[in-house]
Design a protein around this ligand. Structure first.
Ligand SMILES: [Zn+2]
Ligand SMILES: [Zn+2]
Length: 334
């Protein structure tokens, strides 16, 4: 099969011809239609996440069709369209798994990091961690729901009831979460890089009440924030813009250092926190919510061979919405 492979970190991916994967017991074999490109993939390629399997096929927002299964796999039928997210496997027996927090499993394996992912024509995945893709979503629009969407959704839950919600960094995840938050009746304040007028206009189109640069104060205090940009100082920027009781949640897997700040800025029951990974329950909930809103994902689609260019567009901030690689020409809405 054709795949884009990471041989070593801090090197571009290489187009390779790999042996076709075979599904192990409990796994499905998937013909990949589309695979989303996530900022986490960029952190893996750039070496900020230090322990990937190598060589590695990245990609953890896989949409494709089941074309075979390993022994005992029975959850999906051949021909069914499924999605594969970042959480690829958990142990089921550690204290996190046993308390409904499998996202924190000590031995979790992640798609496109510990096991090969979806920058390829074929992928295998543990069927228990796959999701059915809602009808009506073309493959390319569904792919970003699998990480940008659902990890953002988990972050939104951690923010709590915040009526005035700040979103810092308006990329793939924020453009989806802005729609969810507006649907829930929240007032969204979107923060972009200074001078990103286009990004600010995009945020307003998707339901943000106000959009501006992260170095300007919002028109009102915020009751909570999700920080998507991997920029530690934004955590304290959001804190300074926040009302008492606000929860400021980092949604990324990697972030630069958070500068120190006076305790009085945290006082008043403000909370700084992070969100890690996803549980299968998050995924099931979010995938059933998406068509009800309905979430429209704005995607920049490229052929598989242009995975490096897609990663570049995230690195340099020129991407609007989410980047997706098209592999097999896939289904439209089945
Ligand atoms: Zn576990
Ligand atoms: Zn991701």
């Amino acid at each position: 099969m054709k795949a884009m492979v990471l041989d070593r970190q801090r090197r571009p991916l290489r187009l390779a011809d790999l042996p076709d994967p075979r599904p192990a017991p409990g796994q499905v074999l998937i013909a990949v239609h589309a695979c989303g490109v996530c900022r986490t993939d960029l952190h893996i390629v750039d070496g900020e996440l230090s322990e990937p399997k190598l060589p590695l096929v990245p990609g953890h927002q896989i949409v494709g069709t089941v074309i075979g299964m390993g022994e005992g796999a029975e959850r999906f039928a051949v021909g069914q369209r499924v999605g594969v997210p970042w959480l690829g496997w958990t142990c089921g027996e550690c204290r996190y798994c046993l308390s409904g927090r499998e996202n924190l499993c000590d031995r979790a394996r992640f798609t496109g990091y510990d096991v090969d992912g979806g920058y390829a024509e074929l992928a295998v995945a543990d069927e228990r961690f796959c999701f059915a893709i809602p009808e009506g979503y073309p493959d390319e629009q569904a792919a970003p729901l699998l990480c940008a969407g659902l990890i953002g959704y988990r972050a939104l839950r951690l923010v709590g009831d915040a009526e005035r919600l700040g979103l810092y960094g308006f990329g793939a995840s924020a453009h989806i979460l802005c729609q969810v938050a507006a649907h829930q009746g929240r007032r969204v304040f979107a923060f972009t890089r200074t001078g990103d007028d286009e990004g600010q206009a995009f945020a307003r189109e998707l339901g943000a009440e106000w959009a501006g640069s992260s170095d300007e104060p919002p028109p009102e205090e915020i009751d909570g924030a999700i920080v998507f940009a991997p920029v530690g100082p934004l955590m304290t920027t959001a804190l300074r813009a926040s009302a008492k009781g606000a929860r400021i949640i980092s949604a990324g897997i990697h972030m630069s250092d958070i500068p120190s700040f006076p305790y009085e800025q945290l006082w008043g029951e403000r909370v700084l926190g992070s969100v890690a990974n996803l549980t299968r329950q998050d995924g099931e909930e979010f995938m059933s919510l998406a068509p009800k809103i309905p979430i429209r994902t704005e995607v920049e689609v490229r052929p598989l061979e242009q995975a490096n260019e897609a990663l570049d567009s995230i690195r340099d901030g020129t991407l609007r919405g989410a980047a997706v690689l098209r592999v097999h020409p896939g289904g439209g809405s089945t």
